[in-house]
Design a protein around this ligand. Sequence first.
Ligand code: ACO
Length: 326
Amino acid sequence: MTPFPVTVRGLGLGLPAGVVTNDDLAKTLDTNDEWISARTGIRSRRVLEDDKALSHIAILAGKEALEESGVDPNDIHLTIVATVTPDTFMPATACRVAAALGCHQSGALDLNIACSGFLYAFITACAQIKSGLAQNVLVIGGDTLSRITNWEDRRTAVLFGDGAGAAVLSAGGPGELLGYDYGAKGHLSEALQITAGPSRPSDNPTDYKTQMDGRAVFRFATAAMVDSSRRSLAMAQLPLDKVDLVVPHQANLRIIESAAKKWGLPMEKVCVNLDKYGNVSAGSIPIALAEAKKEGRIKPGHHILLAGFGGGLSWGSVVLKWGNLC
Ligand code: ACO
């Protein structure tokens, strides 16, 4: 692919204040900090207050990203909220978020492909920009998985958290999209699913909660993330040793370590923050990206690989040459 000039001009975070530690969970579940830390790397997660919804943290993230970017909200042409936990099915959460942020000239859509959502939204934003339909796109990934977690199921309850991250993408350099890849294997969907929904109602409340075959997802995850990254890097014509930083989906430290081994990259080049937040689904990559930027781990000219997987089962990856202007 010919490198395509697109620049991430701003990043933002939207994190709920409430922290739930592994020890907190062990008070009501048959689990313990040792099991959770050893099997997943997670030590705590954020949980949104009951009287708030996804839009609350999506707006926080979007506001910070817009402020950092210096882009006038009225110059945002599209707002995408990637999520599996919208406030409501109508309106799209993106409509509420765009209105609250003053993006009055912006189209608005929610995009649901679970944990791969931010990557799909990022690629969609780049396509809109490349086609000339949009100059600036606000991409938000966020989820409130606490709302769709069965808190009595220790196999899933210990894994998930709430949070949102955002990016403002603008046409033109100095940044570049170098490669991308995404896909889904619907025939594997039963490994990670919610069996009831608006057009498939159920009398059983747990059918509205996340069900997961952890081992099946684990097997899928590493291969999907690594294979997708290889395709993106091949498109970018970039060898792995030229990657400065990988921002992977934050589901399980063992999955990330296994992927790093397959990439042949040291863990210093791989972002990990799941110890603090658990798995935040579509929020996980933009939160990790925004934190990495704040920590000074991303510099202009760096080659950044974003890679993830999720319900679907789905996957995605993006290779960027970083050209942040802020
Ligand atoms: N605390 C204590 N014990 C537990 C817990 C818990 N929270 N959960 C399960 N166990 C027990 C099981 O009951 C089982 O006991 P048994 O041997 O007596 O039957 C034992 O621990 C081992 O259970 P496994 O499920 O085999 O544990 P495993 O090593 O596979 O780890 C885990 C489970 C952490 C879920 C792992 O499979 C995993 O991370 N899978 C991928 C999950 C993932 O990435 N999900 C999200 C993907 S997409 C998205 O982001 C939404």
